[in-house]
Design a protein around this ligand. Structure first.
Ligand code: PLP
Length: 474
């Protein structure tokens, strides 16, 4: 399988998986996508029923990874998805809430959010690819919480990798902060920036735009536009369908709490590969750019100033970076059409697909949407606790709320649990009047020694810090 850019680069010379693995954006500013979606042959999916998660992962990932030998890929998958890291051999348990409604529990990894599924694999793939090519990489990232800890835990102690993670000083939950700052590995550098998450992102962009610096330190990214992250997430939709079709063999609906459009894009890819997913139900919080698009055809990303800080903070995103990959599909995989739409985005601040062939393709893709508010989250957390005896986190509550609104009793509904409630204790206390339980490994987390450098909101100061602590490659 080879890869092209959504905006046209590489179409003459599609790139192998290893070439796009360590890159962020394509040279034309687009995103890497597979030349075509690999399909499952009839009967092939069914034969995976009951297979271990790792075997399903190999069946999916081997279709996307063309240039890693089978035995090596199996070994990487075997190291990424262990009972030790994910709490059980199921890796991703499916828990029935009531007949026909189940939770896809993708958040049992080391940092208690679904991002571990992708980042644990990415850690293995990076180390393998860097060793094979005799290279190093300096990962520079910005986080508002979940991505940072998931990336750091996946990359800690790895020889050819240094991580510099920027976070907004004093703005993460105490649990999230402790998760990142309690790591004491020499290759992990936590920079607490005196500013907001957007300031952190701007600093990363400014430093990445410095081509000479980027080359000298081999600056790379692990953000959600990395294709390997999407591929890793396709696996749990295959696994989820196998587990949740409840013997019927028929299609299911999935409900996905969405921010950067990565998780639901993986569901879309799974569907294009032949997994019988009928509706993909996208849930937003008060930051409802994507809900507006799927209801009206109008895509109008908001500015940072118009982005609300909510109690499902990992979805407080107004410019969903993976959305471009979906648009590439609905315009018939035509890079000229994507370039045109992104030019309109830059000039007019948005575009409108209503009435076009692309809008018909949106309808055919099966994505429907809805929006959830703080009051909805609280009500849903209470309802799930009293009805099912299950405490869900605020993001999962957004998905459950919107999933129910679109529920068709004839079709099983699988709701993706994107984090465990332990990460968001304040909202759970508000809803239930008690603290969420936490896995024993996290007892006393907040009182462990913390390692971080408070740093000025200034790209030059951060650049100097990276230069002083990273290893140059040239
Ligand atoms: C990252 C995250 C999301 C959003 O997922 P996307 O792939 O960005 O759409 C939702 N919930 C939680 C808990 C997250 O960490």
């Amino acid at each position: 399988m080879n890869y092209v850019s959504t905006r046209g680069a590489w179409h003459e010379a599609p790139q192998p998986f290893s070439a796009i693995l360590l890159e962020g954006l394509a040279p034309d500013g687009g995103l890497a996508v597979p030349e075509r979606y690999p399909a499952f042959a009839p009967g092939e999916l069914e034969r995976l029923a009951g297979a271990p998660y790792r075997d399903i992962a190999y069946a999916v990932l081997s279709r996307f990874v063309g240039d890693i030998p089978a035995g090596d890929l199996k070994a990487l998958i075997g190291r990424a998805y262990t009972a030790e890291k994910f709490g059980s051999d199921a890796i991703v348990p499916v828990r029935e809430l009531e007949p026909g409604v189940a939770l896809l529990q993708v958040s049992n990894g080391p940092t208690l959010a679904f991002k571990d599924i992708a980042l644990q694999l990415l850690g293995e793939l990076f180390e393998y690819a860097l060793a094979r090519e005799g290279r190093r990489i300096t990962i520079l990232g910005a986080t508002s919480g979940d991505t940072g800890s998931s990336a750091e835990v996946a990359m800690r102690g790895r020889k050819r990798i240094d991580v510099f993670m920027l976070s907004p000083h004093g703005r993460m939950s105490p649990f999230q902060q402790a998760q990142m700052f309690s790591l004491d590995d020499a290759n992990i550098h936590n920079l607490a920036v005196e500013g907001t998450f957007d300031d952190c992102q701007d600093i990363v962009k400014a430093i990445s735009a410095d081509a000479a610096f980027k080359r000298r330190y081999a600056i790379g990214a692990v953000n959600s536009i990395n294709w390997a992250r999407i591929a890793a997430q396709v696996v749990y939709y295959v696994h989820g369908w196998l587990a949740a079709r409840l013997g019927s063999g028929g299609p299911i609906d999935v409900a996905v709490p969405s921010g950067n459009f990565g998780n639901i894009l993986a569901a879309h890819v799974a569907k294009r590969m032949g997994v019988p997913l009928r509706r993909l139900i996208l849930a937003t919080n008060e930051n409802d750019v994507l809900d507006e698009f799927f209801r009206t055809g109008r895509y109008r990303p908001r500015s940072a100033a118009e982005t609300h800080a909510t109690s499902s903070p990992s979805m407080d995103i107004s410019k969903a970076s993976n959305f471009e990959r979906y648009v590439y599909d609905v315009v018939g995989r035509d890079p000229a059409a994507v370039r045109d739409l992104w030019a309109r985005l830059a000039n007019d601040g948005g575009f409108d697909l209503a009435g076009t062939d692309a809008w018909k393709a949106v309808g055919a893709s099966g994505i429907v949407s809805g929006r959830s508010t703080h009051a909805d989250r609280i009500a849903t957390i209470r309802d799930a606790a009293s009805r099912y005896g299950v405490v869900v986190d605020p993001h999962t509550a957004d998905g459950l709320k919107v999933g129910r609104e679109h529920r068709d009793p004839a079709v099983p509904l699988l709701c993706v649990e994107t984090a465990l409630p332990a990460k968001f204790a304040a909202t759970i206390r508000e809803a239930l009047g008690r603290d969420p339980s936490r896995p024993p490994a996290f007892d006393g987390l907040e009182s462990r020694p913390q390692h971080r450098t408070v740093i000025a909101n200034d790209a030059d100061v951060v650049r100097a810090f990276v230069a002083a602590h990273a290893q140059p490659v040239e």
